[in-house]
Design a protein around this ligand. Structure first.
Ligand SMILES: *[C@@H]1O[C@H](CO)[C@@H](O)[C@H](O)[C@H]1NC(C)=O
Ligand SMILES: *[C@@H]1O[C@H](CO)[C@@H](O)[C@H](O)[C@H]1NC(C)=O
Ligand SMILES: *[C@@H]1O[C@H](CO)[C@@H](O)[C@H](O)[C@H]1NC(C)=O
Length: 512
């Protein structure tokens, strides 16, 4: 059979199902990998397993529907406690909120907020998010259950957990409770203070995308900018060769079966790449390899930093081959694939849809189905690359993302548009009217553009850490940390001291 380059393929790609679900799940797997790495390496844990210092696990019975008092159904929500440093009943409580994944015992043992506990005498509690990890209600993940999954439900859990834990640990009513969280959980931390100021004294929100957005094209704008950032090993050349590498992949996708077969072998694809939607999925996964290097740059356990990625893409200066960037990208994909323990890279849209339709919590692994549901019903956050400035393949991702909500949950595109608007009007987007919230972001993190990076008032402050990636401020300290990251952590510490002083003054005023 003679394959003739099909002129229609280009336009078909434009209207095809453009699956980012796999790229989203690749990013989620990267995050999980980094967490597990840090968990198992005991990085900065200072923890002697024999000394009874391990965090305690507990369970809270929570109403499945906190907004209907007639509904008596409940589920068990997991939490972790570290009381090693607690100054006692009047001491502060740091409530570390979990987000869209399992919450590990390390959440109360190392990194922020745990690292602040010894000096500030805090009780550290980690609360897993409903429907993730082991806090999945009985009955699985079908639509009748998923209607109880939203940030609003999660916040109701925070409020009732705050009250229940205070009773359980006999925390004085004047003790300040301070919420912490990173990424989506960072938004929850800010919103917990916004909605329950009588229960939560203050919040530190790290890399919190508080503005919901359907078409998150800004993600790749930041990725592009970060690839040129010399402070983290990027350069204008690096961005240019990244673009060239994607152009080469696209060229090969259009060059007939032999080129496709070679591409499949070179990228380590699990299956053939003949279907247009699978080819789009492939480009999405490759974008996630680059996006992941930026988002998790410099983090312990991340398979690829920006410096390493740029090193691969630019190859040896002596190798001036036109194909060098392509081979660099290919090696980058292999490095990520191997570090995630995958034998091959899956680019099958059909497989993605089948996995996301599975309602067994154990099968859904790190919570891909649940998080897709939350993006379809609350946040959007669909990463696209349609602007001329986007360095990767410019293929519309949005229609395919919206299709995924329809295929997996039967949710229409118009309902998603409305849901995103409702989320922003419910919380206030980036002009969130709260007090005593500190927003922390890194300026190379693609998510910072949806967060608060400038103070919104005297008691709502913002910290933008130069050359820091996603949630890096929360990671355990390392000797390789940049001076700006150290300074950022110092400022967080100072803010907490100020808040705790304020809480003390209030206690005195109230005559406690
Ligand atoms: C509240 O829960 C009760 C008992 O399960 C149920 O009959 C009722 O329909 C629920 N109301 C709403 C508004 O969901
Ligand atoms: C709780 O704290 C109060 C003092 O604030 C103390 O009198 C009481 O014994 C404590 N209860 C428990 C169970 O620790
Ligand atoms: C140099 O580029 C060629 C592509 O023509 C590639 O096959 C080869 O692996 C590259 N060499 C190195 C050392 O990267």
């Amino acid at each position: 059979m003679v394959f003739r380059p099909a002129p229609w393929l280009g336009s078909l790609l434009l209207v095809s199902l453009w699956g980012l679900s796999d790229s989203v799940s690749l990013l989620r797997r990267l995050r999980e990998h980094i967490q597990q790495f840090q968990e198992s390496s005991g990085l900065g844990l200072g923890l002697d397993p024999g000394a009874g210092a391990l965090p305690k696990e507990g369970w809270l019975e929570q109403p499945l529907d906190p907004f209907n008092a007639s509904d008596r159904r409940s589920f068990l929500q997991r939490y972790w406690v570290n009381d090693q440093h607690w100054a006692g009943q009047d001491g502060p409580v740091f409530l570390h909120l979990g987000g869209e994944g399992s919450l590990w015992p390390g959440s109360v043992m190392r990194g922020h907020p745990a690292a602040l506990a010894p000096v500030l005498g805090a009780l550290v509690v980690g609360l897993e998010h409903r429907f993730y990890g082991l806090s999945v209600p009985a009955g699985g993940l079908d639509m009748a259950q998923l209607c109880y999954l939203s940030s609003r439900h999660a916040l109701a859990d925070v409020a009732s957990a705050r009250l229940a834990l205070a009773r359980l640990f006999n925390v004085s009513s004047s003790s300040p409770w301070i919420c912490f969280g990173g990424s989506y959980a960072g938004s929850l931390a800010a919103w917990a203070r916004l909605k329950f100021p009588h229960l939560i004294f203050a919040s530190v929100a790290s890399s919190a995308p508080v503005r919901a957005v359907l078409d998150f094209s800004e993600y790749n704008e930041v990725v592009s900018r970060s690839l040129t950032n010399t402070a983290i090993g990027g350069s204008p050349e690096c961005r240019a060769v990244a673009s060239a590498a994607f152009a080469e992949v696209e060229r090969r996708l259009l060059s007939g079966p032999a080129a496709l077969a070679e591409l499949r072998a070179q990228l380590g694809a699990c299956g053939p790449l003949g279907r247009v939607e699978d080819q789009a999925e492939l480009l999405g996964v490759l974008q996630a390899v680059v996006g992941g290097a930026v988002q998790y740059d410099g983090q312990a356990g991340a398979p690829l930093s920006v410096r390493q990625l740029c090193g691969l893409l630019l190859a040896e200066p002596t190798n001036h081959s036109r194909l060098a960037p392509y081979h660099g990208l290919r090696r980058a994909a292999q490095i990520v694939m191997h570090s995630l323990g995958q034998r091959c890279l899956s680019f099958s849209r059909a497989e993605t849809v089948a996995q996301l339709r599975n309602t067994e919590p154990s099968v859904s692994g790190v919570g891909d189905r649940q998080w897709l549901y939350q993006t379809c019903t609350e946040f959007g956050f669909y990463v696209t690359c349609e602007d001329p400035g986007c360095p990767f393949s410019q293929i519309p991702a949005l229609p395919s993302q919206l299709d995924l909500c329809e295929q997996v949950f039967g949710l229409s595109a118009s309902s998603i548009v409305r849901a995103v608007a409702q989320t922003n009007s419910y919380y206030g987007g980036q002009i969130l009217e709260a007090t005593q919230v500190l927003f922390v972001n890194g300026d190379t993190d693609p998510w910072h553009v949806l967060s608060v990076t400038q103070a919104l008032g005297p008691s709502e402050s913002a910290l933008l850490i130069p050359s820091a990636s996603h949630c890096l401020d929360m990671a355990p300290e390392r000797p390789s940390d940049s001076p700006s990251l150290r300074l950022g952590r110092q400022k967080i510490f100072q803010q907490l001291q100020t808040w705790l002083r304020l809480a003390k003054e209030n206690q005195v005023k109230d005559g406690i």
